[in-house]
Write a protein of this length. Structure first.
Length: 83
């Protein structure tokens, strides 16, 4: 699957990226951080593993009891399923 980013912000970012590639670009920064494409890891955020793992246990209860995820994930899943 390919995700195409379009729009004015992306077009401007591409133009600035091309300028940065030139020796004397005249810009007051040295890199572009693309934070409009939904990738929080590009900004240093940790992946949302806990929530994804918890949802997988809640939607596939047969995975509970297997050593797939950390103990706190299994405990939270038990709390939800026993509520």
């Amino acid at each position: 699957m390919e995700y195409a980013v379009r729009g004015e912000i992306d077009i401007l970012a591409q133009e600035l990226q091309e300028r940065l590639a030139q020796d004397n670009h005249g810009l007051p920064f040295s890199e572009i951080v693309r934070c409009n494409i939904g990738n929080p890891q590009a900004l240093g955020q940790k992946p949302m593993s806990f929530h994804r793992q918890l949802l997988s246990l809640l939607t596939s209860p047969e995975l509970q009891g297997q050593a797939l995820y950390p103990a706190d994930v299994h405990e939270r899943a038990r709390q939800f399923t026993n509520a």
